[in-house]
Design a protein around this ligand. Structure first.
Ligand code: E4P
Length: 221
């Protein structure tokens, strides 16, 4: 399973990259705004900086919502760096734009997926990734993990190459459950990724190992 970090924060991206397990980054307009990145030049500069940190797979989302504008914006984003994946919302013009961009060899990530039917349409259009939003479904008392399971079944039935990129991850259990269900990728905040490291028995076990080593070393002197 691939690990992406869901942020536009350069320090957090560097920290995840340093851990050695990072396969990519997803951003969205809200995450870019959170970092104070506005204006075409700054946006391009920021995507270049992210591409300078990671090896591949940097999702950059279009702001436009019409077919013609999304194509134009998508082509411009793809020109920034070969690591860019153009993120397109699941709307009618978005599906058309995914079809066009994928026919030109530009990788796409269809975002804001909340139903199996939306994922199926995006895969038919040739999306490289679909991003089902788990946490936002859980937030409205709907089973987000069931959506991952349904999309996995559909994609396997027809051998779609589109990868399932589980998004809107809230914590480590979401990541583990997505892995159990066969999601190809998770994108998560740094806190959810590093939470996977933690177990109290690891901490107490390590403390005991080190104490026993010290005791034996002192006794040998
Ligand atoms: C996906 O690519 C989105 O950026 C993201 O996962 C949305 O998550 P949120 O629901 O925490 O905003």
């Amino acid at each position: 399973m691939k690990f992406f970090i869901d942020t536009a924060n350069l320090d957090q991206i560097k920290e995840a990259q340093d851990l050695g397990v990072l396969d990519g980054v997803t951003t969205n307009p809200s995450l870019m705004a959170k970092e104070g990145i506005t204006g075409d030049d700054n946006v391009i500069k920021h995507y270049k900086a992210i591409c300078g940190i990671v090896d591949n797979n940097v999702s950059a989302e279009v702001i436009s919502t019409t077919y013609e504008e999304m194509i134009k914006e998508g082509e411009a984003l793809a020109k920034i760096d070969s690591k860019i994946v153009v993120k397109i919302p699941m709307i009618k013009d978005g599906v058309k734009a995914i079809k066009y961009l994928s026919s030109k060899g530009i990788r796409t990530n269809c975002t804001l997926i909340f139903s199996p039917g939306q994922a199926l349409l995006a895969a038919k259009a040739g999306a490289s990734y679909v991003s089902p939003f788990l946490g936002r479904l859980d937030d409205i008392s709907t089973d987000g993990l069931q959506l991952i399971e349904d999309i996995r079944l559909i994609f396997d039935n027809y051998q779609y190459e589109t990868e399932i990129l589980a998004a809107s991850i809230r914590g480590p259990l979401h990541i583990v459950n997505c892995a159990k269900l066969g999601a190809d990728v998770i994108t998560a905040p740094l806190s959810a990724i590093t939470a996977l490291l933690k177990h109290p028995l690891t901490d107490s076990g390590l403390a005991q190992f080190l104490a026993d080593h010290d005791k034996a070393a002192k006794a040998a002197k």
